[in-house]
Design a protein. Structure first.
Length: 100
């Protein structure tokens, strides 16, 4: 693959379909795997997703470059409904006043 010609932050990864690819940071997401630590998910142009293990320094660089995090996913309607139901089960004002 030819090196991208315009400026910006890029990530290189090994795609199972395409081999080594270079994608813009916007085609990545920082996440975590249970027990495996942090990963950078690389979304290749072919549709494949590659998880690349990353250390703390790499995470800092990716965040500084604008890599999105999976924690930033939009809240679903179901999650909002569950939150509203939880609010209805207690008296927040009274709990705040009592210091509970």
């Amino acid at each position: 693959m030819r090196k991208p010609s315009h400026s910006g932050a890029w990530v290189r990864a090994r795609c199972s379909n395409c081999g080594t690819v270079t994608v813009p940071v916007g085609r990545t997401a920082l996440g975590s795997e249970a027990g495996d630590g942090a990963v950078c998910r690389v979304f290749c142009y072919c549709g494949a997703v590659t998880d690349v293990p990353v250390d703390d320094r790499t995470i800092e660089l990716l965040v500084a470059a604008g890599a999105p995090t999976e924690a930033g996913k939009p809240i679903t309607e179901h999650e909002i409904a569950r939150f509203a139901a939880a609010l209805d089960t207690c008296n927040i004002v009274e709990e705040a006043r009592s210091g509970s």
